[in-house]
Design a protein around this ligand. Structure first.
Ligand code: PBG
Ligand code: ZN
Length: 326
């Protein structure tokens, strides 16, 4: 048979496949999330996220050393606190678990570790909602002040980057104004720009004890039936001073990542979320997939779609097991 085009020529062996591959995974483009609990609590594996822990504030820096030695130097911190109330009092407490750990990390590592802090109220409100509640509704504008208070306390504690994940209208501009007003000109805002109301956050809410006590998050997080709306959020976040824009979740939203790649003037991050992590872990545990192959396929898809960086709970496994070493 005569054929001019035989795409299989370029798939013949590993050397050729590597030569023509469009994506090369780089751990330097990945951020590892951590959950930080109150001082004195026990280090605890999260039931729904095998291999991921809640680390107490007073022990984290010590346990992080092993991860740093593996090559993890970009991290995102989430707080798990015991005292929650209606105004999320502890979000701007300089001694809350996240701020305490940011300070300790900066003392020990300085610019050798890039510290991002999640900015949202849901881990600190008694309602479990990302905004303050008034008359059984989310009070968007009152929430903005608390988010800005939280952001300021975070950068004062040393955070290099803020990740507002609340999806209130106007938050990026409000936070940016507060930072400028106080002279924090270099703080990076990685906006959760297209954050969809997703079932893939289930294991995270277990990890952070942040499930809403009533209702759901559909009045603030985006509707997964919509794409156009993501462009609108992108325009607002850029105009309001975001440095990096994020799409979240990642795997069911590769179209949104591509759309951002085409349309965003700033770098695009993708959040490979808890449910995506746990699905991979469970398939591997049940012998339905080889974990390494599944994880590398998922992350390659995220980068192929156009992400410049990814937040992923898999980073430690990737480095520990040497999955990218050939
Ligand atoms: C808090 C927040 C959530 C995630 C990141 N920040 C949960 C939510 O919105 O319910 C999800 C991360 C994950 O699932 O890994 N607003
Ligand atoms: Zn939230």
């Amino acid at each position: 048979m005569k054929m001019l085009n035989r795409p299989r020529r370029l798939r013949r062996n590993k050397l050729i496949r590597d030569l023509v591959a469009e994506v090369k995974l780089d751990p330097g483009k990945m951020i590892q999330p951590y959950f930080i609990s109150e001082k004195g609590t026990n280090r605890m594996e999260i039931g729904s996220m095998p291999g991921i822990y809640r680390d107490p504030e007073d022990k984290f820096v010590e346990s992080f050393k092993a991860d740093f030695d593996l090559g993890i130097d970009k991290i995102m911190l989430f707080g798990v606190v015991t005292s929650k109330d209606s105004r999320a009092s502890r979000v701007d407490d300089k001694d809350n678990p996240v701020n305490s750990v940011s300070r300790q990390l900066k003392e020990q590592y300085g610019d050798e570790v890039f510290v991002a802090a999640d900015i949202c109220l849901c881990e600190y409100t008694d309602s479990g909602h990302c905004g303050l509640i008034k008359d059984n509704k989310i009070d968007n504008d009152a929430t903005l002040d608390r988010l800005a208070d939280m952001a300021l306390a975070s950068v004062k504690s040393g955070a290099d980057c803020l990740g507002p994940s609340d999806m209130m209208d106007g938050r990026i501009g409000h936070i940016r104004a507060k930072l400028e007003e106080h002279g924090y000109k270099d703080s990076i805002i990685m906006a959760y720009t297209a954050k969809y109301a997703s079932s893939y956050y289930g294991p995270f809410r277990d990890a952070a004890a942040s499930a809403p006590k009533f209702g759901d998050r559909k009045s603030y997080q985006m509707d997964y039936r919509n794409q156009r709306e993501a462009i609108r959020e992108l325009e607002f976040d850029i105009a309001e001073g975001a440095d990096i824009v994020m799409v979240k979740p990642a795997l069911a939203y590769l179209d949104i990542i591509s759309l951002f790649k085409e349309n965003s003037p700033v770098p695009v991050a993708a959040y490979n979320v808890s449910g995506e992590y746990t699905m991979a872990k469970l398939m591997a545990r049940e012998g339905m997939a080889v974990e390494k192959d599944l994880v590398l396929e998922n992350l390659s898809a995220i980068f192929r779609a156009g992400a410049d960086m990814a937040l992923t709970y898999h980073l430690r496994d990737i480095l520990k097991n040497g999955w990218l070493n050939g």
